[in-house]
Design a protein around this ligand. Structure first.
Ligand code: IPM
Ligand code: MN
Length: 341
């Protein structure tokens, strides 16, 4: 079986970190790569923000490996391409695992944030009238149900005993209220998994003080965005974490970090977030296509990354190391080939 993988090189440090991911996938084999053009860098060369058939092509692929894309802060006419991809490909669940590294992380923990990825304040219904600005927040029952089910299925497949809903239903009676009601209704179909809830402010506190008390966190889009940066800080840096964005047909794998224009093109960027995303891609294809060899490869890559970070100190300057981007790739590939022999 040859899998078709879309490749979005992205902006800023994107191309350098994506390159390391492609080295890993090429080493494993059985992948055909399809270049997909989107983003600022693409626009500067082609005059358009993305290639015309971008979404049609992407929908037909097994998965997409994606570097970071720039989302400007100060332009109202420009909506986020990251969000556009999520919406157009129906990537409703954003899965971000956070596992501590000895000697690097704050505490010991192993939990996953499942972030609803399409609704909430990201929908982009906003405006301003007479000095009052409004951003509308959305939660649909259908989405709440779909993503709740995803979180329980994920917990079951990973052998995790509980799912914690993080919300603010004491204040947001309608949006988070609906999510909460739906979550506990879905929980009845999963008697083997405990369903818990924590308010979002408390969850920020508990994530710092007692991160090991979490296994799977399910939370709305914006809380998930904020809490996943907090969780990345616990792990040791944004550059170490990756995410899987899952839809019914395809899935997109990207690092949690942004474009870091300041260090772009210098072979200084930390590729671990992208390598983590690659590990998640292998796992996703392994599960969804019933391909046990890819599940083995994802385990092997996990081991290769852990050894490089924890035992070999193969890290870039953002983590106090001296390794260049491509040298991290070398170290991980070397570990991967020895894990496999
Ligand atoms: C993320 C990013 C994006 C988000 C930005 C770039 C639109 O911060 O994936 O966490 O807010 O979702
Ligand atoms: Mn974010």
């Amino acid at each position: 079986m040859v899998y078709k993988i879309g490749v979005v090189r992205g902006d800023g440090i994107g191309p350098e970190v994506v390159e390391q991911a492609l080295r890993v996938l090429s080493f494993i084999g059985n992948f055909e790569f399809v270049e997909l053009g989107i983003g600022y860098t693409y626009m500067s060369r082609h005059g358009e923000l993305y290639q015309r058939d971008f979404f049609d092509v992407a929908r037909g692929l097994d998965a997409v490996l994606k570097g970071p894309l720039n989302t400007p802060w100060d332009r109202r006419d420009f909506r986020s391409l990251n969000y556009l991809i999520r919406r157009e490909l129906d990537l409703y669940a954003n899965v971000r695992p956070f596992k501590s590294y000895e000697g690097l992380s704050l505490g010991r923990f192993d939990f996953t944030i499942v972030r609803e990825n399409l609704e909430d304040l990201y929908v982009g219904v906003e405006g301003e009238v007479g000095g009052v600005a409004v951003s509308v927040r959305f939660t649909s029952r259908q989405e709440a149900e779909r993503v709740s089910r995803f979180a329980f299925e994920y917990a079951r497949r990973e052998g995790l005993e509980k799912v914690t809903l993080v919300h603010k239903a004491n204040i947001l009676k309608y949006t988070d209220g609906l999510l909460r009601e739906t979550f506990f209704a879905v929980a009845k179909d999963y008697p083997d998994i405990r369903a818990e809830e924590v308010l979002v402010d408390t969850s920020a506190y508990k994530l710092v003080r007692e991160p090991s008390s979490f296994r799977v966190i399910l939370t709305p889009n914006l809380y998930g965005d904020i809490l996943s940066d907090l969780a990345a800080a616990l792990v040791g840096g944004l550059g170490l974490c990756g995410s899987a964005q899952i839809g019914p047909r395809t899935a997109v794998f990207e690092p949690v970090h942004g474009v870091a224009f300041d260090i772009a093109g210098k072979n200084l960027a930390n590729p671990y977030g992208m390598l983590e995303a690659t590990r998640l891609l292998l796992k996703y294809l392994g599960w969804s296509r019933g391909d046990s060899s890819l599940l083995k490869w994802s385990k092997a890559l996990e081991g290769a990354i852990r050894r490089a970070v924890q035992e070999q100190g193969a890290v870039t300057p953002d983590l106090g190391g001296k390794y260049h981007t491509s040298e991290v790739g070398d170290a991980v590939l070397k570990n991967l080939s020895s894990e496999n022999s």
